[in-house]
Design a binder for this molecule. Structure first.
Ligand code: ADP
Ligand code: MG
Length: 376
């Protein structure tokens, strides 16, 4: 078991350095990873989540020792590992690409690294007998990799990463290759495996569902920088900024540019090109003012269509989708589409006017300039 600490870690690739001299203005984009700090506790499951190119793999590869750190410190326990060879870090690695040795049986693939380390045959056998049922590959041990499906290869790949009982398990998009159903199944297997071996684990993924379902805490990155660190519920309920708000949740949170208007003793959200007005929750009274521009964030589950007459201006339905277990409805607000989801078995025609009710307590405000959350 290992506690992992990253302190102000930066990474700049050689090519990126050159770019900086050419284009001084884009300086902030010249680091693949910028000032990344976090701690992961013994046995914790951390998800690094963000869009493609945001520096997730680079971060993981620096922890693994496969990539040199430009600045900063990485500790395992209280040992500074900046200059430690990958093989001395007691780390298990599994990438999206499984890279199994084709001529070797699955058993031999699992044994390979231990053989290289001159481990005894009975020790190797014991290790494989432990890990094979854990990843449900007992029946595959005599087969060659070419006979396996993608999902089976990835199970073997992960088994190979944990067979030597590493202190730290690093997984880089292990499920990205797989189709939907297999993906979900293996996701559950990984969760169960982690529960069983309780090894400190980091998974890199661009799939928020994957991070939400697997991780104890999620590190959300954008353009090399951490945006927020929190439990799945924290990043869902309490997003630090507009980026996190829009990235977590499916369908994503509605993020609607709005101008606040003071009407008597009330403040109202107004939207360009629409008559719709929504009352600003009272708790925001101290932080809003007349004519202020904000981004109103509200999740699709937190907007409802009123069943009886309410005071809100009617808006037209633009899209109705029935997904079986839920209905997705988009309404037109000026040029924007506001989406909502409901488990209720309702039906609306395109063009039909409906009245909206917002779950006020669950609205968020963001600063349109910085994207930062306007907190009360
Ligand atoms: P992610 O895993 O989040 O998709 P990466 O960590 O692979 O992102 O990449 C982060 C940034 O660093 C990207 O802009 C990418 O183009 C750049 N990058 C990654 N690897 C290299 C490399 N070996 N040389 C130069 N630039 C790289
Ligand atoms: Mg990557």
């Amino acid at each position: 078991m290992a506690q992992l600490i990253l302190k102000n870690v930066y990474k700049r690739y050689d090519g990126q350095k050159k770019k900086m001299f050419k284009k001084k203005k884009k300086k902030e984009n010249d680091f693949a990873v910028k000032d990344v700090s976090y701690e992961c506790q013994d046995g914790e499951f951390i998800g690094i989540l963000g869009p493609s190119g945001c520096g997730k793999s680079t971060t993981l590869r620096m922890v693994a020792g496969l990539e040199k750190i430009t600045a900063g410190e990485i500790y395992i326990g209280d040992v500074l590992i900046n200059d430690l060879q990958p093989k001395d870090r007691n780390i298990g690695l599994a990438f999206e690409d499984y890279a199994l040795y084709p001529p070797l049986s699955i058993y031999e693939n699992l044994a390979f690294n231990m053989r290289a380390k001159k481990k005894k045959e009975d020790e190797i056998k014991k290790a494989i007998e432990y890990v094979a049922p854990l990843m449900k590959i007992d029946d595959l041990l005599d087969m060659k990799p070419s006979a396996l499906s993608g999902g089976q290869k990835q199970r073997v790949n992960i088994a190979r990463a944990i067979v030597r009982r590493p202190g730290l398990l690093l997984l880089d998009e292990p499920l990205s290759h797989l189709d939907g159903k297999m993906r979900q199944q293996l996701r559950q297997e990984i969760k169960r495996m982690h529960h069983e071996i309780k090894c400190t684990t980091i998974i890199v993924t661009h799939d928020q569902m994957e991070a939400m379902s697997l991780a104890d805490r999620i590190v959300i990155m954008k353009e090399g920088e951490i945006q927020q660190i929190g439990t799945p519920l924290e990043v869902y309920d309490d997003p630090a900024n507009e980026f996190v708000a829009g990235f977590i949740g499916e369908p994503p949170m509605n993020l609607m540019p709005s101008v606040i208007e003071k009407q008597g003793d009330k403040y109202m959200f107004t939207f360009e090109g629409s008559e719709l007005q929504v009352e600003v929750p009272k708790r925001y009274n101290k932080v809003v003012k007349d004519k202020m521009k904000v981004i109103l964030g509200v999740r699709p589950v937190d907007v409802l269509i009123a069943e009886e007459e309410v005071s809100s201006t009617p808006v037209p339905v633009a899209v109705y989708e029935n997904l079986g277990d839920e209905r997705r409805i988009s309404v037109r607000v000026g040029e924007m589409l506001l989406s909502m989801t409901t488990p209720e078995d309702v039906y609306y025609e395109t063009g039909q006017n409906v009245q909206l009710v917002f779950h006020e307590e669950r609205t968020h405000l963001f600063d349109p300039e910085t994207g930062g959350r306007i907190k009360v």
